[in-house]
Design a binder for this molecule. Structure first.
Ligand SMILES: Cc1ncc(COP(=O)(O)O)c(C=O)c1O
Length: 396
């Protein structure tokens, strides 16, 4: 029996039925023309997710490994002997820093408190003092839900002759990313977030001219060397090592579905879902960690109401087949996170809001607290039956 949950997380996600079919396609060998064609199709479709006017100037390599693999591939492959500056304002910026320290002796860091926007003047000033060859930043800092400004940082990088490298793990597939205007040399992402496929694959999209130069750097890893990925892609339309072929079939299907819907249309649909969730949660008098204008379209970070334990909230929602995220690090116990990617319908969102209301009421009554936080909730929002999705997709 497959237990079914509605994944209101920033990934992994509930995948479409088309992907469940695609992942169980025929067995093929990754050193045969079938796989070459599959990889070419994936590459073309991945590049189409971005706003790129001259698509022939870009290439995309696909890595068997989660988003961290793509980030480590970029950080270990693009720096050479030069200096890299990591911009961090959260958990994932911190991870970029940690990874870079392993591979790059000359790793610099500008660090802001979690959930705080970068100070562009500070970055400018830092670059006018230090010679930096590469700047790396997370686009959507998933720990807070904050979207960091690509065009502004890209312009600063260009002005100082630095390559701009972006962790787009939780934004690619949901947010418009203009590679050219933002001067992005390389961007990473993963299969299992806004793209809506299974976990296990990640990729790096980059300018061909930058991929070509990677071979001049001494290799720092075997498995995650981007120069090797690029050489195999260019020469054979293959990957250097054995890829997780079924995941490639699923990724190809996810990308086909996205392009069929239309990239911009899809981004607007994801944003509309976020808006629906945000309006509903505000009606429950919940407050968000950051301003709407700074949020990514895939995730809402919500302050935990006083007297409520986020662990209890999660557990109670799980009993209703709903999965949310808890805050980590300095946000632990203070926030919870609600994602809106994957196969979630409008009904699922209404079901979530009704379940959240019921659980908050129950927990507040249990804590014998005044009902202040929920007292003005609309009385008409009754608990809805669990979505049909559960029954339809249960496999015995
Ligand atoms: C922005 C960002 N970068 C990197 C990662 C790490 O990705 P993975 O867990 O797939 O390795 C995540 C995961 O949530 C993320 O949100």
């Amino acid at each position: 029996m497959l237990t079914k949950y509605l994944l209101f997380t920033p990934g992994p996600v509930n995948v479409a039925e088309t992907l469940r079919v695609a992942i169980s396609k025929e067995d093929i060998c990754h050193r045969e023309p079938d796989f070459d064609a599959l990889l070419r199709s994936i590459e073309h479709k991945l590049i189409s997710l971005f706003q790129i006017r001259k698509q022939t100037r870009y290439r995309a390599v696909v890595i068997t490994g989660s988003g961290t693999a793509a980030n480590e591939a970029m950080l270990s492959s693009v720096v050479g002997k030069g200096a890299i500056l990591i911009l961090s304002n959260g958990e994932f910026g911190g991870r970029l820093h940690k990874t870079s320290l392993i591979h790059n002796k000359r790793t610099h860091l500008i660090e802001m408190p979690w959930g705080t926007a970068f100070d562009l003047n500070q970055i400018e000033e830092y670059l006018s003092i230090h010679k930096i060859h590469v700047i790396a930043m997370v686009h959507h800092e998933t720990c807070s839900g904050m979207l960091n400004p690509l065009p502004q940082i890209g312009a600063i990088a260009k002005a100082h002759g630095a390559l701009f490298v972006v962790d787009g793990v939780s934004s690619v597939g949901a947010e418009a990313i203009d590679m050219e205007t933002s001067n992005i040399a390389f961007v990473s992402s993963s299969s299992s977030k806004a793209i809506g496929s299974y976990p296990g694959l990640s990729f790096v999209v980059g300018r061909k001219k930058h991929f070509k130069k990677l071979k001049h750097h001494a290799a720092k890893t075997t498995y995650l060397n981007l120069a090797t990925f690029y050489a195999f892609l260019k020469n054979h339309s293959q990957t250097p090592n054995t890829p997780a072929v079924p995941l490639f079939f699923a990724l190809e299907q996810a990308l086909t579905d996205i392009l069929r819907e239309g990239v911009i249309k899809r981004y607007a649909r994801i944003k509309a879902r976020a808006d629906m969730l945000r309006v509903g949660m505000r009606r429950l008098n919940l407050e968000f960690l950051i301003d709407d204008a700074d949020m990514c379209a895939i995730l809402t970070t919500v302050r935990v109401p006083p007297s409520i334990s986020v662990r209890d909230l999660r557990n109670r929602l799980r009993e209703k087949s709903i999965i949310i995220y808890e805050g980590k690090g300095c946000f632990a116990g203070k926030v919870f996170q609600v994602g809106n990617i994957g196969e979630l319908s409008d009904y699922d969102i209404r079901y979530f809001l009704a379940a959240l209301k019921e659980v908050l009421l129950t927990l507040q009554v249990k804590a014998a607290e005044p009902m202040a936080a929920v007292i003005s909730m609309p009385a008409t929002v009754a608990m809805l039956p669990a979505p049909n999705l559960f029954q339809a997709k249960v496999v015995s």
